[in-house]
Write a protein that binds this ligand. Sequence first.
Ligand code: SF4
Length: 64
Amino acid sequence: MTLPAGLCDGCRFGRPIRSRRGSQFWLCARHTTDDRFRKYPALPVLDCPGYQASRDQDGEENRE
Ligand code: SF4
């Protein structure tokens, strides 16, 4: 089952993780440097002070 990730889906710090059983999580790379952010945020994330768009003005995707 795929959960809607909300902001994490388009955030440069978000990365989808799939377990062996097929469950999907989103890993927040910001958790390593800022303890305000959970490693696996509760989804969907609708508001986040750490959000930064994963795509730049040219449409190139940049993820941490
Ligand atoms: S910074 Fe916020 S929006 Fe970005 S991946 Fe982490 S929890 Fe999601």
